[in-house]
Write a protein of this length. Structure first.
Length: 208
């Protein structure tokens, strides 16, 4: 059926700490091998936020080696999300900035409610997106739009996110849109869905 992975770290706007990453990785592994999961919806239950990206307060106390190790694990977790064998939908009902948007980009599809805000504003902090944003976003919306977003550090509202092609559907409530979209997928053959995902994901990197 439809599985929902809900992020709930309200005190830190769902910022990704080491502990959060451990739990996220374990949940993805549980889902990967659960034969009953046909579609996954990734959402936040924290008001006005999807995910704030990496926990910069925690990072301030890390050594350079610890930061490098954390980033490697973060990229690995997003790769785990991206390579789940079934369709995945990110339901955006709040801010998905920096690493939060990079997490959403690791899903097959993204939908947005009216409270969604998306962007990769890292250049404001004199850094660049470090968890796949510079690779995944141009594959989804093209190189030119990606460069414009990253160079200007622009934050888009839900309608602008659809115009850019970052999300495919918008409405008042992103989670409700995601559930409706997931229900449209359930009648299809589960093996065909898995094979279609594999063929598309592998095919975009191959010559004909």
């Amino acid at each position: 059926g439809i599985a929902t992975l809900s992020m709930n770290r309200p005190e830190a706007k769902n910022a990704i700490s080491t502990r959060f990453l451990d739990q996220f990785h374990q949940r993805l592994q549980d889902l990967r091998y659960d034969p009953s999961t046909r579609v996954l919806i990734l959402r936040s239950v924290v008001d006005r936020v999807f995910c704030a990206g990496a926990d910069l307060k925690e990072r301030a106390g890390m050594s350079p080696l610890e930061v490098a190790q954390f980033l490697a694990r973060l990229r690995g977790a997003f790769r785990d999300l991206e390579t789940l064998p079934f369709p995945t939908i990110a339901a955006l009902d709040g801010a998905a900035l920096g690493g939060g948007l990079e997490m959403a980009l690791s899903c097959d599809l993204r939908v947005a409610g009216s409270g969604a805000k998306v962007g990769l504003p890292e250049t404001r902090l004199a850094i660049i997106p470090g968890a796949g944003g510079t690779q995944r976003l141009p594959r989804i919306i093209g190189v030119t739009k990606t460069k414009e977003l990253i160079y200007t550090a622009k934050v888009l509202d839900f309608q602008e996110a659809k115009e850019y092609g970052i999300v495919s559907r918008v409405g008042e409530d992103g989670y409700e849109i995601a559930k409706a979209l997931a229900k449209e997928m359930l009648p299809q053959g589960p093996i065909a869905m898995r094979m279609a995902k594999l063929a598309i994901d592998k095919g975009v990197h191959m010559d004909m």
